[in-house]
Write a protein that binds this ligand. Structure first.
Ligand code: IFM
Length: 470
């Protein structure tokens, strides 16, 4: 069958040949994986004792999500998990990064574990291990129990302690088999998109609350690492995943250099400095103070937050060129028209990944880095479908190849990058965009729940194989 063959971006020529699966600079023991998150794929939102999360509430708020989509069914992974693990195994990947739904494991966010909820993840881990796939568990990928939001959510300090209790429940049960733990996914998104901009759950628009959320997410991370280490037998690998953007100043003009400093401060250093250096960046605190906002640090917090880690997770999608805006202290993003964009409108810039990884390993040394997410949404209906029914997603394949090559270049420049998780294993609920955007390397037909590996998935399989044979 042939569909209308158009590039997702009409201005961009389609690549003609598949990228070479031999990626320069990646070692034989590089970890190849794919990632998902609970609310985006599981569905089964009111089954086996699960209570609502802030994303259930938000997605059922009319107008909050494109097309009023929600995660009630999503990819129905809760019921199809063994098949999905078989699919993963068929792609020959080493590792699978998934997240646990907090309100499935601990309904309401307090008290004892919900046995049925925890059993689901227990079975998932066993299925993965039986197929030689290493589980990488993320404890929090944005689905705060609604009851905790009702008493203030992340802007309240108590949420950090609730998160630590939940972390201990999960790690205590799975820690005999799960070695790799990620406390938080992209705290920037939880705090800024959720509490300042309001385009993500819980949909609040309060900058002060967002900054308080940042600090309590950090605190929750540090407490959770302590709890994980207290219940998981060695050797445990504990880390956190951030999504910093690589920021460039639009010019050497001092006001643009300062705009880049501010953007880098709010997007990268506000997160990496407390967690990896045990201090907030002074210039960012000063910028915040000028806006009348304080970070609610209490005595001893930074020691808790800066727990020694075993790895750093980085999610990379885009970089930003910024300039000073018209009002003092305002930063504006300058679009780069020569860069192609994904279906999200995100500019494609693999060199930004090389620059980001090189910079992080220079400024925050001695920590192995894993790319815990990278990938792209494209309009799959624009591609050819092969005789076997596979989607020839040339743009996504090229995107993955270019970013893996960028990671290889960063390694050659000294960055200790050890693995790559494609976002995402399968098309899923893309938050405020609902099902309109497809990031999967496996296509999901939402009407039938049929999964079909796209060309990008098979290319990733071949790239992993080629690297292992070195
Ligand atoms: O889908 C998200 C994921 O949940 C977190 N990182 C970015 C992805 C694409 O937007």
């Amino acid at each position: 069958m042939t569909l209308d063959l158009r590039s997702a971006d009409p201005g961009r020529p389609l690549p003609h040949a598949l990228p070479d699966p031999e990626i320069h600079g990646l070692p034989r023991d590089f970890v190849w994986g794919a990632a998902t998150s609970a609310y985006q794929i599981e569905g089964a939102v009111d089954i086996d004792g699960r209570t609502p999360s802030i994303w259930d509430t938000f997605s059922h708020t009319p107008g909050a999500v494109e097309n009023d989509d929600h995660g009630d069914v999503a990819c129905d992974h809760y019921h199809r998990m063994p098949d999905d693990v078989r699919l993963l195994a068929g792609l020959g990947l080493d590792a699978y990064r998934f997240s646990l739904s907090w309100p499935r494991v601990q309904p309401g966010g307090r008290g004892p574990a919900n046995a049925k909820g925890l059993d689901f993840y227990d079975r998932l881990v066993d299925e993965l291990l039986a197929k030689d796939i290493t589980p990488w568990a993320t404890l929090y990928h944005w689905d705060l129990p609604q009851e905790l939001e009702d008493v203030g959510g992340w802007p309240e300090r108590d949420t950090a302690y609730r998160f630590a209790d939940y972390a201990e429940l999960v790690a205590g049960r799975l820690g005999d088999r799960v070695r790799h733990w990620i406390t938080l996914n992209e705290p920037f998104c939880s705090a800024i998109l959720g509490y300042q901009i309001g385009c993500h759950a819980p949909g609040r628009k309060d900058f002060g609350a967002a900054v308080r959320a940042v600090h309590h997410l950090h605190l929750g991370h540090g407490l959770a690492v302590q709890r994980i280490r207290s219940v998981v037998p060695a050797p445990v690998q504990a880390g956190i995943t951030f999504n910093p953007s690589q920021v460039y100043a639009a010019s050497d003009a001092p006001e643009n250099i300062d705009a880049a400093r501010r953007a880098d401060g709010m997007g990268l250093r506000l997160y990496l400095d407390p967690v990896l250096r045990g201090q907030y960046p002074q210039d960012v605190l000063a910028d915040l103070a000028q806006l009348g906002v304080d970070v609610p640090v209490e005595a001893g917090d930074l020691d808790v937050i800066a727990q020694p880690l075993d790895f750093l997770g980085i999610n990379y999608y885009l970089s930003d060129v910024v300039a000073a805006g018209d009002e003092p202290g305002r930063t504006v993003r300058i679009p780069q028209p020569d860069r192609p964009v994904t279906a999200m409108g995100w500019e494609i810039h693999p060199q930004g990944l090389t620059d980001l990884l090189t910079r992080i390993s220079r400024d925050y040394p001695a920590l192995p880095i894993y790319l815990t997410e990278n990938g792209a949404a494209f309009d799959d209906s624009a591609y050819d479908v092969s005789a076997e029914g596979r989607i020839e997603d040339v743009d996504r394949t090229a995107y993955l190849a270019d970013h893996l090559a960028a990671a290889g270049r960063a390694r050659e420049a000294g960055a200790d990058v050890r693995g790559f998780f494609a976002w995402s294993l399968m098309d899923n609920f893309e938050w405020a965009y609902g099902y309109a955007k497809r990031f999967g390397i496996v296509h999901v037909d939402y009407a039938t729940q049929r999964r079909t590996p796209k060309q990008s998935a098979l290319w990733l399989r071949d790239a992993a194989q080629a690297t292992r044979k070195r």
